[in-house]
Design a protein around this ligand. Structure first.
Ligand code: HEM
Length: 534
């Protein structure tokens, strides 16, 4: 094998590539020559009067040159993050739903790497700002890498991936003055929210206490998008993935978050690091919500719409496994920074759906990593699978793998490296029937944007509702453009009239006297229900 099987032990695998520095080691150049000085550049002159530096000095030049090129582009989103190693243990097989051994073989422990992040801030921004948190996992399964690239909130701002550059541009610092650096409190963010009614549900989550978590260890994680599970009989179910922390879900209060952002911008990073160093390993239960294919259209909402949750009273979450984080990274850059998650990384037994956000993500991650890390990013130790990799992909900048052989194409006269048959574990595509016109389409149920925002708000306790009111007032009060905050106040009336009136009182703008969308565009009959299949 090119990279060689590593027996599935990712930690041992990485350890074998890790260098430990000791006093026995001697300083060398990158090409291995021992150096006599790390302190003085080669110069002309005398011992009591050193003259100019000589460009000739290869050691000094190499040291400065390497330093000059230390930075790579930060992630275009989720630039600030913290990672850890751990393991995934399956407690209950769902063999009747999927043929992926990671979800059927309860005797296995699958090594994982996780990266938590904020979305909008730059790499050096503070941890406790109001923002969505990334919750991205790479499972190093024996059948290849499987990534769940999720967030700590179960829904998203947009329904179709083509809107992603817009939502991110509107949330990132404004183009003329690079203000604000991390928070959502500005004109463009709220301008976007108003112009996209589909964002209503998600901005309510972002204004809730979920957006100021107390610790990474106390957040839920959600795959958000709708994936599919395919079993050995070729049957397909729709699925959403959830992580629920053993410690419970806890948040900061806004005043704490603001103070910590100033006093201790590494608050979450340190908390995770110290918990793991002290052996207090964070744990999450892993759950799945499953809808049989036949019931796809049985709900008031579209189950492929990432701005909607699948309410648990309709689609129960079944907890089938557990995640534990038990080892801090050895080095931040080579592991936490260079890890590359892709929603397109799936293993046989798991598939995509026609969720238009997911389909676009499947292109975007791979593509961005080519500019962030280079085309051979999958060869970096943190990204390599634990199983053998063998194919005819070749060359590109910084290619490491050396493959022996005289052919690099298929088919070839040696029958070298043929595709795998299904019984050998080859990835099986679900034979989905697809037909229709080619057009820029949007499913009808995607057009209803308020009912779940209202469901979310109504599910809050009085204290939580007050926090949302204060968060909205704080944020909208930071918008200088009256068009932005007065329009947003009217939008809030689509969720709750009392909320919009209270916000209007605090930030200005005319208080609405009625709701613009009293029936929230509901057209479908009563909600359907589905039990956990099995
Ligand atoms: C990065 C989650 C939507 C493009 C990330 C990361 C997470 C995440 C957790 C950070 C991964 C890490 O720690 O390295 C989500 C979720 C989404 C979503 C849950 C909605 C369901 C999208 C969409 C696009 C997109 C629609 C583009 C069409 C990106 C890009 C990165 C990123 C380009 C940077 C990746 C890198 O440089 O490694 N996303 N995202 N995301 N996301 Fe998303």
């Amino acid at each position: 094998a090119v990279l060689g099987p590593r027996g599935g032990d990712k930690l041992a695998d990485l350890a074998s590539e890790t260098k430990e520095m000791s006093s026995k080691d001697r300083l060398t150049t990158d090409y291995g020559v021992k150096q006599t000085s790390a302190d003085d550049w080669l110069k002309v002159g005398s011992h009591d009067k050193a003259g100019p530096l000589l460009l000739e000095d290869p050691f000094a030049r190499e040291k400065i040159m390497r330093f000059d090129h230390e930075r790579i582009p930060e992630r275009v989103v989720h630039a600030r993050g913290s990672g850890a190693f751990g393991k995934f243990k399956l407690h209950e097989s769902i063999e009747h739903l999927t043929m992926a051994p990671v979800l059927t073989d309860t005797s296995r422990e699958t090594p994982i790497f996780i990266r938590f992040s904020t979305v909008l801030g730059s790499r050096g921004s503070a941890d406790t700002v109001r923002d969505v948190r990334g919750f991205a996992l790479k499972f190093y399964t024996q059948e290849g890498n499987w990534d769940i690239v999720g967030n700590n909130m179960p829904v998203f701002f947009i329904q179709d991936a083509i809107k992603f550059p817009d939502v991110i541009h509107a949330g990132k610092p404004e183009p003329h003055n690079e203000v604000p650096q991390a928070q959502s409190a500005h004109n463009n963010f709220w301008d976007f929210q108003f112009n996209h009614t589909e964002a209503t549900h998600m901005f309510m989550w972002a204004m809730s206490d979920r957006a100021i978590p107390r610790s990474f260890r106390m957040m839920q994680g959600f795959g958000v998008n709708t994936y599919t599970l395919i079993n050995a009989k070729g049957e397909r179910h729709f699925v959403r993935f959830t992580w629920t922390p053993e410690l419970g879900v806890h948040s900061l209060v806004w005043d704490e978050a603001l103070k910590l952002a100033g006093q201790d911008p590494d608050f979450h990073r340190k908390d995770l690091w110290e918990a793991i160093e002290n052996g207090v390993y964070p744990r999450w239960k892993f759950g799945v919500q499953v809808i049989p294919e036949a019931n796809e259209h049985g709900f008031e909402f579209d189950i492929l719409d990432a701005t909607k949750v699948w309410p648990e009273d309709l689609v129960p979450t079944r907890y089938i496994g557990e995640l534990e984080l038990n080892r801090n990274p050895d080095e931040f850059f080579t592991q936490t920074e260079q890890i590359a998650f892709c929603t397109s990384h799936i293993v046989s037994g798991i598939g995509f759906s026609d969720d238009p956000l997911l389909q676009g993500r499947n292109f975007s991650y791979f593509d961005t990593q080519i500019s962030r890390l280079g085309v051979n990013f999958q060869e970096l130790p943190i990204n390599r699978p634990v199983c053998p990799v063998m194919n005819f992909n070749r060359d590109g900048a910084m290619r490491h793998t050396v493959t022996r052989g005289t052919v690099n194409y298929w088919p070839n006269r040696f029958d070298a490296c043929p595709p795998a048959a299904e019984k050998e574990g080859g990835y099986v595509e679900y034979a989905q029937k697809v037909a229709g016109i080619k057009a820029r389409l949007r499913n009808d149920k995607f057009k209803e944007h308020f009912s779940q925002a209202q469901l979310f708000y109504n599910s809050m306790s009085p204290v939580e509702k007050t926090h949302i009111l204060k968060a909205l007032s704080f944020e909208l009060d930071h918008c200088e453009d009256p068009v932005v905050y007065t329009r947003m106040v009217t939008r809030l009336a689509d969720i709750d009239l009392g909320l919009s009136q209270a916000v209007a009182e605090l930030v200005g703008g005319e208080a609405p006297t009625s709701t613009a969308h009293p029936n929230h565009g509901r057209t479908a009959p009563a909600l359907s229900q589905t039990d956990f299949p099995g």
